[in-house]
Design a protein around this ligand. Structure first.
Ligand code: DOR
Ligand code: ZN
Length: 346
């Protein structure tokens, strides 16, 4: 029996596209299904100024195949030297849709991130004034904090104090991985939203570590216990408008993943929508997929929904997704959910 589901064309509210050859290789994987994406600024060097964001946007658009449409929504990487007036100008011109906070050292290319949160206070106040959202990588980097507790501690020590001190600041807690984060979002007002990745709806920490280490399941924030995965599924499929899709699809070559100190990131751009259809169907919530992937994000970012639609089709035979994307830098492995998937985008 063929089943199908047509939804408004989705957006990805957290995406890594990189630059150069890698950008050209991975961009079509996202643009095939998604209308827009919030583009992460953690290049080397990071995208810090409005001018750099404009140049990066131009490089993304030149890498886009001529037969595809896609709008990159640019972000600025928050540093202790970020100029509030530059942020305001980049927002006023329509170029920049969010500012990204990486605590220094939290993840890939985050060395220029924030150490002293008092130093970014003027920027945060300007953002609250102009309504520009702050996207947070919500992990503390204190070496005394266990890596599995980094997100929960960030909420108490960093995020809640910032929000209390900056009324009106609109915040997206990105790639949440814990029940604590989902509960915090629910307990707050309309100025707080959260993105959830596809992979964090599918894997828990056992998938990374049991039966041999699985580098392709290693990302940051790292997947937590099963009870947290269940809480994320409940949040994503609930219909609560504050939760929306941000894949955090993060390409690294196999050479960089499969080594003694492997890079963090799951590459899910290729099969995300199919996997989400599987997950939402499994939870009896296919009717909530459109909200999660296509409607709640634009509502939070105060943007119109995409004009087009995509159709997901469920077929009898399992779908054979590519195992890898070839890039001039080497292959990038596509996230393997570990179970057969029957959904595909028509
Ligand atoms: O797993 C991750 N990979 N988490 C991040 O926060 C960064 C990302 C990357 O850039 O590779
Ligand atoms: Zn990310």
């Amino acid at each position: 029996m063929t089943q199908s589901l047509t939804i408004t064309r989705p957006d990805d509210w957290h995406l890594h596209l990189r630059d150069g050859d890698m950008l050209r290789a991975v961009l079509p994987e996202t643009a095939r299904h998604f209308g827009r994406a919030i583009i992460m600024p953690n290049l080397v060097p990071p995208v810090v100024t409005g001018e750099q964001a404009g140049a990066y946007r131009d490089r993304i658009l030149s890498a886009l195949p001529g037969d595809m449409t896609f709008e990159p929504l640019m972000t600025l990487y928050l540093t202790e030297d970020t100029d509030p007036e530059d942020v305001a100008a980049a927002h006023a011109s329509g170029l920049v849709k969010a500012v990204k906070l990486y605590p220094a050292g939290a993840t890939t290319n985050s060395a220029s991130g924030v150490r002293d949160f008092d130093k970014v206070r003027p920027v945060l106040e300007k953002m609250a004034e102009i309504g520009l959202p702050l996207c947070t990588h919500g992990e503390v980097t204190d070496p005394d904090i266990d890596i599995f507790d980094r997100e929960a501690v960030f909420i108490d020590r960093v995020l809640d104090p910032i929000r209390q001190a900056t009324p009106g600041l609109r915040v997206v807690m990105e790639h949440i991985t814990t029940r604590n984060a989902a509960d915090y979002v629910r307990s707050q007002d309309k100025d707080l939203g959260a993105t959830i990745t596809t992979h964090h709806l599918i894997i828990n920490r056992n998938h990374i570590l049991v039966g041999g280490i699985k580098p392709h399941y290693y990302c940051l924030p790292v997947a937590k216990r099963e009870e947290h995965r269940i809480a994320l599924r409940a949040a994503a499929t609930s219909g609560d408008h504050r939760f929306f899709l941000g894949t955090d699809s993060a390409p690294h070559t196999d050479a960089n993943k499969l080594q003694a100190c492997g890079c963090a990131g799951c590459f899910t751009a290729t099969n995300t929508m199919a996997l989400l259809a599987h997950v939402f169907e499994e939870d009896g919530a296919l009717d909530q997929l459109e909200g999660f992937a296509s409607r709640n994000g634009p509502a939070f970012y105060r943007l119109p929904e995409n004009p087009g639609q995509i159709t997901l089709v469920k077929q009898d035979a399992p779908v054979a997704f590519p195992e890898q994307i070839d890039t001039p830098d080497g292959p990038v492995t596509v996230f393997d959910p570990g179970f057969p998937v029957h959904w595909t985008v028509a």
